[in-house]
Design a protein around this ligand. Sequence first.
Ligand SMILES: [Zn+2]
Length: 240
Amino acid sequence: MTLQNKKKETRSVWFLLIGFCILTVLVFALWRIADHRLPVFVGRQLTMEEQQIVVERNSSLIDYVYLTANMDFPRKERIRKITIHHMAGDLTLEDLGASFAKRDRRASANYAIDSRGRVGLYVEESNRAWTSSSEENDQQAITIEVANDEMGGEWHVSDAAYEKLIDLCVDVCKRNGIDRLDYTGDSRGNLTLHKMFSNRTECPGPYLESKMLEIASRVNEQLAAEPEQKRADKNGLTTK
Ligand SMILES: [Zn+2]
């Protein structure tokens, strides 16, 4: 190898090294900028006051808040659906929060309900969670993960979790102007399941799936009762 060639080669190595360094700095800078653009309160433990602010603009049923960065904000569509999931486990709300905190897991949900019937919020309703293997669905849906008290089999959920799921559905519908939930067994209805969007999952499991018509009818009963109650209040027919 001539001296000139050797010089040329050394120069190329330096160029490559400098190029690599510049690229690394750029990627790091872009990542920092993207991280800074995250809404306030996301990706960290909140004070009680901060939690209160978040609860006020979501469901009053919330017991625990951890807002994950695994989401898109704001959501692009009006909320018009609810999608039910199961955890495929019996996680506490805190453990699920720690799991959603992992950016490389690329998973989240708006809400979760543990086996004691406590409610956690992970993605505010105004934002789109990464839950159902379908951007189209999740842009329009509030997604809810429910803890299982049976591993495998029917993937049963506790009565406390089930009853709170109904309460949360009613609350989400009322605050978002959803008049009724229709379960059609496929993705055309506005009560949807994860398995409708991916053939790689059985989520939310046979037990919850068997309850969908009942969930829709119990939620709709309560939604239908509400306007009557309001009318009665207005006419002074009920006393507090
Ligand atoms: Zn799911």
